[in-house]
Each structure stands twice: as structure tokens, then as C-alpha cells.
Design a protein around this ligand. Structure first.
Ligand code: NOJ
Length: 744
């Protein structure tokens, strides 16, 4: 038989994978053996020193810090970047300590390093995994050029509460999508080989369920059923671990009565034993210390014992391990074996990063100069800004604006802002190098176009004295671009809001400007869903533009003037008012209203759920408009009845019936119609981003199997039900075409 070149290819690929796996396993074993031998040589004090992770920014370190490094009391640092600083610390660790063990260097690289990308929730709105992988590849390249080899990212916490300040970093409310994002980001950070000088060890966070604090208050208690935890909140961490994440960060929050930091069932039982995670676990900032505040440990000594025995290896900043583990071993309360295991995991990470071969591996002066804010990084950042913008409303095709329009009034407290657009997590970025929206607009327009600019009001006070000037320029102009939103301090860690309205008198500014009758495009810069109900009823167009970072103004201008046709879709529901929160698309089915459309009345009507507000959100999950129009055919299924082992193939045709090319994110949702427990009314199970030229039609296919239809049953077994399922395919979670199939 003649072997085709295709067969050759497949056979070679399989051989390559086998060889590669064997090689990777061999390396793992080699590092484990090396770490074992090294641990044998270490004193107890040296071992405990390895578990100590300290904050070490250039400004914060002093001689006491360097003395600790010399004494072998520090295993790693974070917030130290820039080669002079990194090399100085590394030199102390390598040259002055008895065993010359190199230091690991961590940093929060959550939306880029020097080139700042849009915040996490904005990145998620691209639904573009290749793009997100590139974002993290770029972030890793820049971070490693400044000495970093470990990043505290990606943040993969699901959240359903827009009050929570850390919505800004989150992938949003959907589990399936968050898993895909986690995988793409881990791949981007870690690349194919952690030992390369431009890859970093990733650290998905915050394990576990940090994104569900009661009332959206940061650090607050998380109290929910195991099913909800495992079905909605857990999978993104698992996906990150399965994608090979080298480390995981345990979280601050209390989960059903046990703070995550002291939760052995989760850190050891689930993460290590069940998921076979063999990387290192780092605590969050001073979290070990907080076991005393929680009232779970009587003193810091016991905090150290609980946290170590729960499964934490690295103690971030609290120095509790450093100060108390020695005494605990002496008293026989903690076994040295437990410490050895934690040290080993940290040493293995250092071996994997190649730090024992060359501790200065990430200290290349040429790279520090060349690999920062390269033109291609800025171009990528601009592309991500444009692709993350979500067009929420576009009446009378107000957008895109013609570049040769006579005059534009650019108004609003965020129109000429830079710092605010960098978001709450500003570390390596420089807002001076950012592009404001006003600058972005100026760079697009023709010579004949006049720009009139007025701030109109501040972001968050009650001063209305400047509004009249804004109204005056609106009257003189052909169109108004009104830029409203939040500042950088209204989101992020410890910055939750009890009211997610647009702050200050910005809504009043909008009312008065829009009253002029001029077409008005509102650009919203914010870090979470905001209450846009009133704006939605009065503005011509609304563009959710988040906080876009270094290239915010350019990317937004690309959308405003039609150089990029918007394709972003929301990954978190926008409520109509505060009372609707929490509101999310994949809620479980309830007893009322009836599924029978013929039945109606007070007790059966959706409107009876809140008497003063429709049940539907303002903008649903998955929603986002384009400058063109897409038409969806009916759903096609290969069969109506499937066997349990069958692949369920579903397809739909999408046609671009508008007059410009555009991208569409085609979404597939499933509902289990008859289940052992109540199931969500819809669950995202697939998404496909396609480019369609005007007039073009494409067939989009999805393949499902019974694993995709599985859920935790009442006994927590993860399996599917035979019976009927409904599928929905469409441009968002509400507008869909429907199909139905049965599994025998
Ligand atoms: C606390 C935050 O919760 C975590 O995300 C971050 O990585 C650490 N601080 C270090 O900055």
C-alpha cells in the first residue's frame, strides 16, 4: 500500500508528540530529582527562606531587605522590574547565599506590561482567542525584557455582580468562555517552553470563587452551593491548570465558612490530588496573616501551620512562614517533610524557568531596550482596543462618522483623559505615552473638519458650571462625541461600588447636550457594566469602550470613523437598574412563567417578577452591534435523535446583508429540557468569530458531545441526561434561532 504524504505527516506528528511528551516528563523527573538533592543540602532555615515571597519595588527595598536576601531568607520577590534592580537582587541571592539559589521574579502583568492593553473584561469582549494569546505573548516578551519570569495572571474569576471592583480584570459571567480565555492566556504567557528567555510562568487566580463576594463587596464572604461552585466558578481554574499553568494563587475570600487560604480540601484535595496540579501555590498578599482576622487561627503561628498544611507553598508578604515555621517544626507541630515538599515545588519552578542554568537569563540589556513598546506591540494594542469596543446602540447609522464631516464637538470629562484609560492596575505603563480619544479623533479627520472641545464637567463631583459651554459647542457642530464614564479609582481591588451609575453630573451633561438635537455618540469608558438606561433612551449611538490602555484613543477612533467595523460582544450582562443585580443570562429555570405561551396573567407573566421593571436586562450577555447586518438561516442538525456516543453536529448559515465587510461572533447555546435538577435556561457551548465580506454567506458548524451536555447531578456525579435538548444559535443570548434534538 502506498503511504500518502498526509499519512506521513500524521505519523510524524504523533511520533513528535510522543517524543516531546517523553522529553517533557523526563525533564520533570530530572528537575524533581535535582530539587530533592538540593533540599537534602539545605538547613531548615534555608528551606523556610525559600517559602518567603517579598514585595521589592525599587523604591521599597532598603539595606534590611538585602541583608535578608544575603541570609537566604527570601525565595522570591515581586514588583521588582528593570534590569539594574533585578540584577542587583539576583546577585545578592546567587553570590552571597550559601547555596547560591537564584530568586524568582513575579509581577502583576494583568493587561500588558509597558504596552498597556485594554482591561480584562474588554479583552474578553473580543471573543478572539488567537488575539488574546498574542496579547499575553507580547506581555510576556515585555515583562521578561525587564527581568520578570513569573506573572500573577491570568485572572479567571467568574463574576455575576457588576458592583465588584475586580470585574475589570475578569473574563465575565460565562464559564465556557472563561475556560477558553484561560487556555489562550496560559498559552500566550508560557509559550511552548518555559525555559525560553521570553516566556513566563503563569499564575491563574484567585483560587477559589473570589469573583462571587456577597453584594459585590471585595473580599466579602462567598456563600453558595457546591453545585454552583463546581459548575460555574471552578472550570476556568481547571482549564488553566490543564493548559499547564505552572502556579496558582489562592484567594482572600472565605468560601462557605473556610477561608480559601486555609482550605485543605480545595488546595490539596481538589487542586493537587484530584486535578494532579504539580506546580506551586502562592498565597495572595498577606492572606496568611489574615487567618487571625478571620478568627480561624488564634495567632500567627497557627496561621502559618494552617496555611502551609492546607497547601500554600509561597507566603506572599506576610512573613508568617518565615517567622513561625521554624518554631513549629521544633515543637513537632509541623513536619519538616511538609516544608520540604513546598520548597521542592518552588525549586522545581526555578529549574523549569532555567534560573539554575543562568540566573541572569532574563537580564538581557539589549532586550530591555529593544523589546519594549515595539511598533508591532502598539499596533496589536490598537487592534485589541478596536476589537474590544462593543456597539450598544446605533440609531440612524450615526456611526461611523465621515472623516470629512464639517465639525465635531468632542465633549466630556474623559475625552482628553489618558491616566483614566489605563485602568486601576497601572504598574509598567506610562499614561504620558497614551493616546486620548480627542487625540485619536484629531488624527483621523480631514483638514477641513473643525474639532470643538469642552470638558463639560468633572468625572465625579456636582459642579455644573461648565455644562453651558459644552452645550454651546454642541450647537455649533454637526455631531457630538460625548465621552463619559469612570475614573481609574472606581474599580480594581478594594474598589467596589454600591451604585454603578455614571458618576457625578455626567448624566446631566448628557441630557443638556443631547437636548440640542444634534446627533450624539456616547463613548463609555468604564471598568464594569454601568447603568446606561437613560442614555440608551436619548443618545443616538453608544459605544462601550472600557479602559483601553496605551492605544485607547487610536483604537476607538478606528471604530468611530469606520476603519474598523465593531465586532465586540458583551461577556457580562448590563442591568437596567441596581435592583436587577445579580442578573446573568444562564440563570436556572423557575416555575413561573409557564413555558406555554398561551398561559398569561399576573402570576404567569415575566413582568410580574419585578413590578417596576422588565425582567430583561438592558443589554444581554453576548450582545453587540455591527455597522453591517447579519442574517441567520434556520438551524440545521444532522439528525433529530442521537445515540449517546454520537457527535452532535449543528450548523447555521450567516449572511452579511449590509453594505460593509464585518466580523460576527456566532454563539451556540444549549438547554436541557428535562433534567434531574433545574438547569439553566441557556448555556453557552460554543462560539465562532467569522469574517464576512458584504453579501457573503458562510456556514458555521458546531460539534457537541455528551460531555458538553453534562452537569452535576443531585449526587454530584458529572453526567448527562438522555432526552430532549434545545439549541439556540444567534448573535447574542437573547436573539437566536432554535433547534431541537434528542439523545437516546
Ligand atoms: C492582591 C491581589 O488580589 C492579587 O491579584 C495580586 O496578584 C497581589 N495583590 C499582588 O499584587
Amino acid at each position: 500500500m502506498k503511504i500518502s504524504s498526509y499519512t506521513y505527516l500524521i505519523v510524524s506528528f504523533i511520533l513528535f508528540c510522543n517524543v516531546f511528551n517523553t522529553y517533557a516528563n523526563d525533564l520533570k523527573e530530572l528537575y524533581a530529582r535535582k530539587a530533592d538533592s538540593l533540599v537534602q543540602l539545605m538547613t531548615l532555615a534555608e528551606k523556610i527562606g525559600q517559602l518567603n515571597l517579598l514585595y521589592a519595588s525599587k523604591e521599597s527595598v532598603d539595606s534590611a531587605f538585602f541583608t535578608m536576601v544575603k541570609e537566604g531568607k527570601v525565595g522570591g520577590v515581586f514588583f521588582a522590574y528593570g534590569l539594574d534592580h533585578v540584577m542587583k537582587i539576583q546577585k545578592y541571592a546567587v553570590q552571597e547565599t550559601r547555596l547560591h539559589i537564584p530568586m524568582i521574579f513575579g509581577l502583576d502583568v494583568v493587561n500588558g506590561h509597558r504596552t498597556v492593553f485594554p482591561i480584562g473584561i474588554a479583552q474578553a469582549s473580543t471573543w478572539d482567542m488567537e488575539l488574546l494569546e498574542k496579547v499575553e505573548r507580547t506581555a510576556a516578551t515585555e515583562a521578561t525584557a525587564e527581568g520578570i519570569n513569573w506573572v500573577f495572571a491570568p485572572m479567571v474569576d467568574i463574576t455575576r455582580d457588576p458592583r465588584w471592583g475586580r470585574v475589570c480584570e475578569s473574563p465575565g459571567e460565562d464559564t465556557w468562555l472563561a475556560c477558553r480565555i484561560a487556555e489562550a492566556k496560559i498559552k500566550g504567557f508560557q509559550g511552548t517552553d518555559l525555559a525560553l528567555d521570553n516566556t513566563v510562568m503563569a499564575c491563574p487566580k484567585h483560587f477559589f470563587a473570589y469573583g462571587a463576594p456577597l453584594a459585590g463587596k471585595d473580599y466579602n464572604t462567598v456563600d453558595m452551593s457546591d453545585r454552583s461552585l463546581f459548575e460555574w466558578y471552578m472550570p476556568p481554574y481547571k482549564a488553566a491548570v490543564d493548559a499547564g499553568a505552572g502556579s496558582v494563587m489562592s484567594s482572600f475570600n472565605d468560601l462557605n465558612g473556610t477561608p480559601a487560604i486555609g482550605n485543605k480540601k480545595l488546595l490539596t484535595g481538589l487542586l493537587r490530588d484530584e486535578w494532579k496540579f504539580d506546580g506551586l501555590i502562592v498565597s495572595d498578599y498577606e492572606a496568611i496573616f489574615e487567618l487571625v482576622t478571620y478568627g480561624m487561627a488564634p495567632d500567627l503561628e497557627q496561621s502559618a501551620k494552617i496555611a502551609l498544611e492546607a497547601g500554600n507553598d509561597f507566603d506572599m508578604v506576610s512573613r508568617t512562614f518565615l517567622n513561625y515555621l521554624g518554631g513549629l517544626v521544633e515543637k513537632g507541630q509541623v513536619s519538616e517533610e511538609t516544608i520540604n515538599a513546598a520548597v521542592k515545588r518552588i525549586l522545581i519552578a526555578k529549574y523549569r524557568l532555567g534560573l539554575f542554568d543562568d540566573p541572569y537569563k532574563y537580564c538581557n540589556k539589549k532586550r530591555e531596550k529593544d523589546d519594549i513598546m515595539r511598533p508591532e506591540f502598539l499596533a496589536l494594542a490598537r487592534e485589541v482596543v478596536a476589537k474590544s469596543c462593543v456597539l450598544l446602540k446605533n440609531e440612524n447609522q450615526t456611526l461611523p462618522i465621515k472623516k470629512d464631516i464639517g465639525s465635531i464637538a468632542v465633549i466630556g470629562p474623559l475625552a482628553d483623559a489618558r491616566r483614566e484609560l489605563f485602568g486601576s492596575n497601572l504598574i509598567g505603563g506610562d499614561p504620558q505615552k497614551g493616546v486620548s480619544i480627542l487625540d485619536g479623533i484629531k488624527s483621523k479627520i480631514s483638514d477641513g473638519t473643525t474639532i470643538n472641545y469642552e470638558k463639560g464637567c468633572n468625572i465625579d463631583d456636582s459642579d455644573i458650571s461648565e455644562i453651558s459651554k459644552a452645550v454651546a459647542i454642541a450647537k455649533q457642530s454637526d455631531i457630538v462625541v460625548l465621552v463619559l464614564g469612570e475614573n481609574e479609582n472606581m474599580s480594581g481591588e478594594s474598589d467596589s461600588r454600591s451604585n454603578i451609575s455614571i458618576p457625578g453630573v455626567q448624566n446631566e451633561l448628557a441630557r443638556q447636550v443631547i437636548k440640542t438635537g444634534k446627533p450624539c455618540v456616547v463613548i463609555v469608558n468604564g471598568a464594569r457594566p454601568l447603568l446606561l438606561t437613560e442614555l440608551d433612551s436619548i443618545a443616538s449611538s453608544i459605544l462601550m469602550a472600557w479602559q483601553g490602555g496605551t492605544q485607547a484613543g487610536n483604537g476607538i477612533a478606528d471604530v468611530l470613523f469606520g476603519d474598523y467595523n465593531p465586532s465586540g460582544k458583551l461577556t457580562i450582562t448590563f442591568p437596567r437598574n441596581m435592583g436587577q443585580i445579580p442578573i446573568y443570562y444562564n440563570h436556572t429555570s423557575i416555575g413561573r412563567p409557564s413555558r406555554d405561551p398561551k398561559i398569561s396573567g399576573k402570576f404567569e407573566d415575566w413582568r410580574s417578577v419585578h413590578i417596576d421593571c422588565p425582567s430583561a436586562p438592558l443589554y444581554p450577555f453576548g450582545y453587540g452591534l455591527s455597522y453591517t447586518t447579519f442574517e441567520y438561516s434556520d438551524v440545521k442538525l444532522t439528525k433529530l435523535v442521537y445515540e449517546a456516543n454520537d457527535e452532535i453536529k449543528v450548523s447555521i448559515e450567516v449572511t452579511n446583508v449590509g453594505d460593509r465587510d464585518g466580523e460576527e461572533i456566532v454563539q451556540l447555546y444549549v438547554r436541557d429540557l428535562l433534567a434531574e435538577i433545574t438547569r439553566p435556561v441557556k448555556e453557552l457551548k460554543g462560539a465562532n468569530k467569522i469574517m464576512l465580506k458584504k453579501g457573503e454567506t458562510k456556514k458555521v458548524e458546531f460539534t457537541l458531545n455528551t460531555l458538553d451536555l453534562s452537569y452535576y447531578h443531585s449526587d454530584m456525579s458529572y453526567t448527562w441526561d438522555s432526552g430532549d435538548f434545545e439549541i439556540y444559535i444567534g448573535p447574542n443570548s437573547e436573539v437566536t434561532k432554535t433547534g431541537k434534538f434528542t439523545i437516546k
